[in-house]
Unconditional design. Structure first.
Ligand SMILES: C[S@@+](CC[C@H](N)C(=O)[O-])C[C@H]1O[C@@H](n2cnc3c(N)ncnc32)[C@H](O)[C@@H]1O
Length: 266
């Protein structure tokens, strides 16, 4: 890794959906599985959409990449989810995963886990169908643009959610602050913002290629999100156990979740 910022065009050309899933979400050895991130994210999302009462008409999932785990709880509380990502390949893969196309990554264990957390007796097939019917479309999105969905214009939505995307899309902390403002234009006042990030990460590997990552701290995120016009409802950080081989591939030391309510435009 030469330390250079790998921007959106590199994602478009070189980010491998399957390479990412195999390295980070493999049920046995995926980095974000063994370090506890996936369980953490599923638990926090379940809480947000149940006990914390986050619900509404439309949620935008920004930078979904090839994963669908993040929408499994949300689809019970929103009438419509709009998927939004920069790369064509990730949007295509995500759509294929929603259809459960042959050969796509197998999310069955994760879907089962969410159904068990919800405790309503929903089967894996019912959950798949609910999710498929709730994600009505995917759109191209560039969070670094002041109008991230341009040329598409949408009414402001009830929830903007972005997991593991902004630390990849931003080259420095000033850009991160700007990107928070950009994605806020999509959200109603009173609506909810959900962000997860990995912290203190500089670089990560997948599919034969290193990608840069903006190193973020809890303190920076707390301040930046508050300054962007939000009241924090829930914030939790979990540490990552040390593992030499896994840290070599991705060097974050903890994971961060925040749920916040938009109180003003800035
Ligand atoms: C590490 S993946 C995260 C995937 C998934 N959300 C997860 O939780 O594992 C980062 C995602 O950010 C997207 N991305 C990178 N730059 C972006 C930009 N400028 N605007 C929107 N999405 C971007 C990439 O296409 C990729 O899907």
């Amino acid at each position: 890794m030469d330390g250079e910022f790998t921007g959106k065009e590199i994602y478009q050309d070189l980010f491998s959906p399957r390479g990412y899933l195999d390295t980070y979400y493999d049920p046995k050895k995926g980095i974000l599985v063994t370090d506890g991130f996936l369980d953490f994210a599923l638990r926090k999302l379940h809480e947000a959409f149940t006990t914390r009462g986050v619900k509404g008409e439309v949620l935008i999932d920004i930078g979904h990449g090839p994963t669908i785990y993040q929408d499994l709880s949300a689809c019970e509380s929103f009438k419509e989810i709009i998927g939004a990502d920069y790369t064509d390949r990730n949007r295509e893969y995500y759509e294929g995963a929603l259809r459960n196309d042959p050969g796509t990554f197998d999310w069955t264990g994760v879907i089962k886990q969410v159904c068990e957390m919800e405790g309503k007796g929903t089967t894996v097939e019912e959950k798949r169908e609910k999710l498929r019917n709730t994600v009505k479309r995917t759109v191209k999105c560039d969070v670094t643009k002041s109008k991230p969905l341009h040329p598409l214009v949408l009414p402001q939505v009830d929830c903007v959610m972005t997991l593991g995307c902004l630390e990849c899309a931003c080259k420095d902390l000033d850009t991160y602050r700007d990107v928070l403002k950009n994605i806020s234009t999509l959200l109603k006042i009173g609506g909810h913002l959900i962000i997860t990030e990995i912290l203190n990460c500089t670089t990560y590997y997948l599919g034969g290629k290193w990608f840069s990552c903006l190193s973020l701290s809890e303190e920076f995120l707390r301040n930046a999100i508050t300054e962007a016009g939000y009241a924090i409802i829930d914030l939790e950080v979990i540490p990552r156990p040390y593992d030499k081989d896994q840290y070599r591939l991705c060097d974050h030391d903890s994971s961060f979740f925040i749920l916040a309510r938009k109180v003003r435009d800035i």
